[in-house]
Design a protein around this ligand. Sequence first.
Ligand SMILES: Nc1ncnc2c1ncn2[C@@H]1O[C@H](COP(=O)(O)OP(=O)(O)OP(=O)(O)O)[C@@H](O)[C@H]1O
Ligand SMILES: [Mg+2]
Length: 231
Amino acid sequence: MNTGNKISKDEIIVNIIHELKTPITTIYLVSQTLRKIFDNIGEINYFDIIDEECSTMSNLLDRLIMLNKIEEPKIQFDNNINIHDILTVAVNSMKPTLKGKKGILTEYYRAEHFIVKGNGDLLISAFRNIIQNSIIYCNTVPEITITTYNENNDIVLLFSDNGIGIEEKYYDKVFDKYYKIPDKKHIDGTGLGLYYVNKNIRRLGGSVMINSCIGKGTTLKITLPICLTKI
Ligand SMILES: Nc1ncnc2c1ncn2[C@@H]1O[C@H](COP(=O)(O)OP(=O)(O)OP(=O)(O)O)[C@@H](O)[C@H]1O
Ligand SMILES: [Mg+2]
């Protein structure tokens, strides 16, 4: 909170987070340009490494932004949000990472009612987290499908992948703060992604459910109440 001329610690932190995003984006863009000149030299594609690391740093900053927003009492949770637009923003921002893994993402936006009350930034962050998980927890070329449809007075969003899958005994646990399924291969995460996804979706009156098959893939089902009043 700003008291007089004093800038609060929170404001400084948020500012630094935003400022850090700019050099990461620049590094990513420079990497894209250099890739065109030097690609396919040597066995290791260093540009893929740069892109992935940029994406990791960017996601960590998103997490910090989200953390700050959750603790922020004045955050607006009642804006009219077009879920399909928000999904498009989230999908586009994950395309470089997906491209790095030669992944495929298919969208079936079938819902006819797609306006919800919520906060756009938090929803983008939530969707990015889910897509990022689908890319990370996959030992093959990622194939992701996002489907929307209406059910009663809700919009349903299905995020399906062909990743390593989640055992049923972990379905609830993965929503716990800092919980990571014991796994030697995918050790990078902080265990916060799905915790925030669940927290934010519930805050909007929605729910998140997991359905998975080990070795075949995972589907995350998000349900959100649609806004029935005219906007
Ligand atoms: N699509 C998925 N397929 C397989 N396992 C998954 C998937 N999504 C999440 N998981 C498992 O659930 C755990 C919790 O996921 P979550 O996104 O909360 O944390 P994280 O990915 O480990 O770290 P963070 O998202 O904070 O960087 C992961 O460690 C992973 O084991
Ligand atoms: Mg994650």
